[in-house]
Design a protein around this ligand. Structure first.
Ligand SMILES: [Zn+2]
Length: 312
């Protein structure tokens, strides 16, 4: 049995499409990358968290906040141009209304506190834009914490704690994908709300530091949070084929993750596994999981309901 995109819902927690399109001069409705509004529009209903993302090395000192604002402006203007296809959304009611109108729900995140100059005050601006998630770090350590690539032994700093508290006050979830292991546990201990790992897999299946240990996954589960399955070949591991991909989801489900596993494709931010070229290939994953005996209600939670519960 093969499902078509039109038969399945789609809610994904992470893509780097905004920065890639803006850099390449592409548009959001139809790009040469891995994801665009035309392809999202093929799903039964669709919601996508779009990350603002910029490696520090691309910009002169102090330029990240300007770049963050530029990408936000680009996102807003692209959505205005494509008002027939997508709607900026902040709440579950917004998402339902967008889908009822046959449009994609577009949500925002910021991948790395350095894009907000690691200043708690700038979270207020991010909240005014409707930002739902802020990654504590990207690949580099910053004034908030170490990442799992640089400064992996460094947990949350005092500023990191103040930043996380302010984010919680504003209704923004801190995203633990890319964060150092000690940083993860520092944040978990703060108990600020559901722990979100927008694009991370199972370290027990693929021993990459970007993936979650079983204990971390249980902490995410117990907090009522969510872990988005990442399609990056390096984080899937093995031959990065469909079977390898499914093993991560099997593993998370075996840890009691029915209400925790979701999608976090990392579209336009990585080399995709499974031989895929973009989001149009996702029904293949649904088929592969259905063939393993997963029923439609469970698949709907993974492909839709778990993100909606946390971000709606
Ligand atoms: Zn990332």
């Amino acid at each position: 049995m093969k499902v078509s995109a039109g038969e399945i819902p789609y809610f994904d927690g992470h893509c780097d499409t905004v920065s890639r399109c803006a850099r390449q001069g592409w548009t959001l409705d139809r790009s040469e990358g891995q994801l665009d509004l035309e392809r999202l529009g093929r799903f039964q209903k669709a919601a996508q968290v779009f990350a603002i993302f910029a490696p520090a090395g691309w910009f002169p000192e102090g330029g990240l906040w300007d770049e963050c604002r530029r990408q936000h402006e680009w996102f807003v203007s692209e959505l205005e141009k494509n008002a027939g296809r997508a709607v900026p959304c902040r709440t579950g009611a917004d998402i339902e209304a967008a889908n009822a109108a046959g449009k994609t729900a577009a949500l925002l995140s910021v991948e790395g506190g350095e894009l907000l100059d690691c200043e708690p005050e700038k979270l207020e601006t991010a909240a005014s834009w409707g930002v739902k998630l802020v990654n504590v770090t990207w690949n580099y350590e910053n004034a908030l914490a170490g990442s799992n690539k640089e400064g992996p032994e460094k947990g949350l700093t005092d500023r990191g704690r103040a930043f996380a508290r302010e984010a919680a006050r504003l209704g923004i979830a801190m995203d633990v994908s890319h964060l150092s292991d000690p940083g993860f546990w520092d944040l978990a201990e703060m108990g600020l709300g559901p722990l979100v790992a927008s694009h991370s897999n199972a370290r027990a299946v693929c021993g990459h530091a970007r993936n979650l240990t079983d204990d971390m996954f249980r902490a995410v589960r117990d907090s009522g949070g969510v872990a988005g399955f990442n399609l990056c070949a390096d984080f899937i591991g093995g031959a990065a084929g469909l079977k390898d991909a499914a093993r991560h989801i099997d593993h998370f489900l075996a840890l009691g993750g029915e209400k925790t596993v979701a999608l976090g494709g990392d579209w336009d931010g990585c080399q995709l596994g499974c031989g895929w070229t973009g989001v149009q290939d996702l029904p293949v994953l649904w088929d592969a999981l259905a063939a393993r005996g997963y029923g439609r209600p469970l698949l709907e939670d993974i492909f839709w309901g778990n993100w909606l519960r946390v971000l709606g």
